[in-house]
Design a protein around this ligand. Structure first.
Ligand code: FBP
Length: 328
């Protein structure tokens, strides 16, 4: 509400949409916390558009977020990592002015082993005139986001978001079922103490990527050696680096020549948060937020986190030539 007052033209719809997402996060958090006690662990038996085995929690989280927003009259279309096509609001429902893109359960491979997982969201204003929204409402550059955020289901459940007025973190107090302001105005250090990358991909990397990871491991000139941390959940690795300082890399490689992570509902929302907190995000060449998406599930190489570390990586990979982010 306070943030809304910074926007005289605000109608309260965005605040309410963010609150709808809080409700979905509370429901998902409850299921994650009791996952070992209920039959929600394990595979769902279906395969999503990414070709990944869907986990029961993936499907549950996907439906929970969609059901929390589709009937409110605040959104015209939603799009999820788990669904091949966008989901326009049904014709018999009021279509709102916002577009919601989301990764309902990030870090799916960590669900059954009780490691931190999360939900990532990105909000745009619609570009089509009215009625149920369409694909073109979803394919907007990250720079046009009106809000972005994520929820980490870790040692506690934490929501972090921005509407372009700084980055703020809230911790869920399960005793009252409410997100309380715990991390106001988050700023990330310009130089990080951690580097986060899946080093098992070393032999699939270009010499440029091997050089920057080597520099973070051993130091190189002005670049100090860092400590390695990799959970394998983008949202959890990003959150740690945002708070403590660090750089996350998922470069392109011979297995994923376009990178692995998705532009619209993984890279772009975290890039908005990183930039708002004084950090940076590129594809190894150019800012993630300036990329014009061509497809809903488009992938991108990703370098994300502390500003000077991202600049070092981007400098080396840009000089290396070839296509973005270390692709051979
Ligand atoms: P999803 O779980 O949402 O598909 O996300 C992909 C992801 O799990 C990221 O969270 C994580 O950073 C990355 O893949 C891990 O990939 P890898 O196992 O190749 O290191």
């Amino acid at each position: 509400m306070e943030q809304e007052r910074l926007h005289p033209e605000a109608t309260g719809e965005l605040s309410n949409l963010l609150y709808d997402l809080c409700l979905a996060a509370k429901i998902i958090s409850r299921h994650v916390r009791r996952a070992g006690l209920t039959d929600i662990l394990g595979a769902h038996g279906s395969v999503n558009v990414q070709g990944e085995q869907q986990q029961n929690l993936d499907v549950f989280a996907n439906e929970t977020v969609r059901d929390a927003v589709q009937h409110t009259g605040r959104v015209c279309v939603t799009a999820s990592e788990e669904d091949e096509e966008p989901s326009p609001v049904p014709a018999n429902r009021l279509a709102g002015k916002y577009v919601l893109l989301y990764d309902p359960l990030d870090g799916s491979t960590n669900i059954d082993v009780n490691a931190s997982i999360g939900t990532i969201f990105s909000i745009h204003r619609r570009v089509t005139p009215g009625g149920p929204g369409r694909l073109e409402d979803c394919l907007q550059a990250g720079r046009r986001q009106v809000a972005a955020g994520y929820i980490v289901y870790g040692s506690s459940t934490v929501l972090v978001y921005t509407t372009g007025g700084g980055v703020h973190g809230f911790t869920l107090d399960p005793t009252i079922g409410e997100f309380l302001l715990s991390h106001p105005d988050i700023r990330t250090p310009a130089v990080g103490k951690y580097y986060s990358v899946n080093e098992s991909n070393w032999n699939k990397w270009t010499p440029g990527v091997q050089r920057v990871v080597g520099a973070f491991k051993n130091g190189e000139g002005p670049v100090q050696a860092k400590n390695a941390r990799y959970i394998g959940s983008l949202v959890a690795d990003f959150h740690r680096n945002l708070i403590a300082g660090g750089v996350f890399l998922y470069p392109a490689d011979t297995k994923s020549p376009q990178g692995k992570l998705r532009l619209l509902y993984e890279a772009a929302p975290l890039a908005m948060i990183a930039e708002q907190a004084g950090g940076a995000a590129t594809d190894g060449r150019a800012p993630i937020l300036d990329q014009q998406p061509k497809g809903l599930h488009q992938r991108t190489p990703l370098v994300l986190g502390s500003r000077d570390d991202v600049a070092f990586v981007t400098g080396v990979l840009s000089a290396e030539g070839g296509s973005a982010g270390g692709a051979r």
